[in-house]
Design a protein around this ligand. Structure first.
Ligand SMILES: *[C@@H]1O[C@H](CO)[C@@H](O)[C@H](O)[C@H]1NC(C)=O
Ligand SMILES: *[C@@H]1O[C@H](CO)[C@@H](O)[C@H](O)[C@H]1NC(C)=O
Length: 467
């Protein structure tokens, strides 16, 4: 009973606290307590979304991301340190361990405080390159805020990003312009499939060091849309790591600030953008959840349970099928949307697919929505099993940028026909000649026997007597 009770308590706690899908303990590593107030709107927004914020200085000796070998926090926000680095409790190794244990990290950079070299090499390992010049920042002589950066052109005005690719969901879209003050541009390598740029610099921007006295910038680190101002990495365990090029864009000052460019006055969308960035990083957006996964014989009308709510109902799928059976497969997918689960719809041009595989897939089929519940979409398809017996998997392997990875498998045995399952001979038209042959022979034999039995031999009486 005890375990049941503690389970219930845990479940209740889960209901109360589960606003983010991955935990609400958030640690902010911030060196100057005085800085905190400049970001109060951002903190207020996070608290309103159910996060419990703790603030720590990187100099605190007792600071630890782990307790008894488990994560002590679920989310981590790193502010650029004033000193040379984050100190011994936040080494790149510890940060990677934090990611490996499903923690999420929002790393902010600032051109005013050079990025510590340990962080630069950590980013390099993730294939995110920072300018070698520690003081470099991104400027743009066309898209700058005329109110606050008349001289230096270092407050960039960038429209909210459009989708990186047409078949991807865009969680950061919207109407409006974000102000990005004094950003550190990142250059993303081509080799990592885990990296995606969230916000790119305008095509007229470039990265340079203002302390450099030279009049002309020769050989800039990167230019235009090569520069990413906000980049995202999602690890294979779906832990998220976001690099925000400009910490200042989270300040109150820039939330709904009046900015102007080319004579036009606009209000910045920084607040909305900050919510989306933090929401995505802390797994409030783009989190997929697999509900019930079912498969059954298509003829088997009794087990058709599509669009019944499946919460808490155990799966009871068959473990064995025969080759060439018609099988129906359904899977329930939901997507987390800030505070509740909503039905998942793949973006246009993308499909959730089912693989029926033994070593390699024998079938790879598109799944289409066959029903909806309040919190999920049920995707399904019906197909004929291949003419091959063995151990197979029903597998849904759906991995896309910005979405958590889905890889679900259910193993089944596919057997061959039992001896009494083959079609009877008379159902095979090609056999009719031979069947007719057999029965003609049988009939012929019977006729012959009858004729033989009833035909008396002809005897001559006279001849017999003489013998
Ligand atoms: C299911 O959807 C409803 C309606 O959108 C929502 O109110 C509810 O919180 C959702 N349930 C879960 C578990 O997310
Ligand atoms: C169940 O599915 C049918 C069609 O497949 C649909 O018309 C109906 O609205 C669904 N019911 C619920 C409760 O989703």
């Amino acid at each position: 009973m005890k375990w049941l009770f503690s389970f219930l308590v845990l479940a209740l706690l889960g209901v109360v606290h589960a606003l983010s899908s991955s935990g609400s303990r958030l640690l902010v590593v911030l060196e100057e307590p005085a800085e905190k107030d400049k970001y109060s709107e951002f903190w207020g927004d996070l608290e309103a979304r159910g996060f419990h914020l703790s603030f720590e200085s990187p100099k605190n000796e007792k600071l630890s991301l782990f307790k008894h070998g488990e994560r002590a926090f679920d989310q981590l926000v790193l502010f650029p340190p004033k000193s040379k680095g984050f100190g011994p409790s936040l080494t790149p190794n510890i940060l990677l361990d934090f990611l490996k244990k499903d923690g999420n990290i929002l790393l902010t950079l600032s051109a005013d405080h050079p990025t510590p070299s340990a962080i630069v090499s950590l980013l390099l390992e993730l294939d995110i390159h920072l300018p070698t010049d520690r003081n470099a920042l991104v400027v743009d002589h066309f898209n700058y805020d005329t109110a606050s950066a008349t001289e230096k052109h270092d407050v960039l005005l960038v429209p909210l990003p459009s989708s990186v690719r047409s078949d991807l969901k865009n969680y950061f879209a919207g109407e409006g312009t974000v102000a990005v003050p004094r950003p550190v541009g990142q250059f993303l390598g081509n080799n990592s499939p885990l990296l995606v740029p969230i916000l790119r610099a305008p095509s007229t921007a470039y990265s340079y060091n203002p302390k450099d006295e030279a009049e002309i910038v020769e050989d800039p680190f990167a230019v235009g849309e090569q520069l990413s101002l906000v980049s995202a990495m999602q690890a294979r365990n779906s832990a998220r790591f976001t690099v925000l090029g400009s910490v200042e864009m989270l300040q109150n000052e820039w939330f709904n600030a009046k900015v102007g460019s080319a004579g036009k006055q606009t209000t910045t969308a920084n607040k909305e953008f900050a919510k989306k960035i933090s929401g995505w990083t802390f797994k409030e957006l783009g989190v997929l959840k697999v509900g019930k996964l079912q498969h059954y014989l298509a003829e088997d009308k009794t087990s058709k349970k599509v669009n019944q709510s499946s919460v808490g109902v155990p799966e009871s799928n068959p473990t064995i099928y025969r080759i060439k059976n018609d099988v129906t497969f359904t899977v329930e997918l939901s997507e987390y949307d800030f505070d509740h689960l909503a039905p998942f719809t793949p973006p246009e041009g993308d499909q959730v697919q089912l693989e029926f595989s033994m070593l390699s897939p024998f079938h790879r089929l598109n799944l289409s929505p066959v029903g909806y519940t309040a919190n999920s979409t049920i995707f399904g398809t019906t197909f004929t099993l291949p003419d091959q017996h063995g151990i197979f998997n029903f597998r849904v392997n759906y991995k896309r940028p910005f979405l958590t990875n889905v890889d679900e498998k259910r193993q089944v045995t596919v057997r061959h026909f039992a001896h009494d399952e083959w079609p009877r001979s008379w159902k095979i038209s090609a056999a009719w000649t031979w069947i007719t042959g057999i029965w003609v022979t049988v009939a012929g034999w019977l006729v012959f026997v009858a004729v033989w039995l009833y035909s008396e031999p002809i005897t001559a009486k006279g001849v017999k007597k003489t013998q």
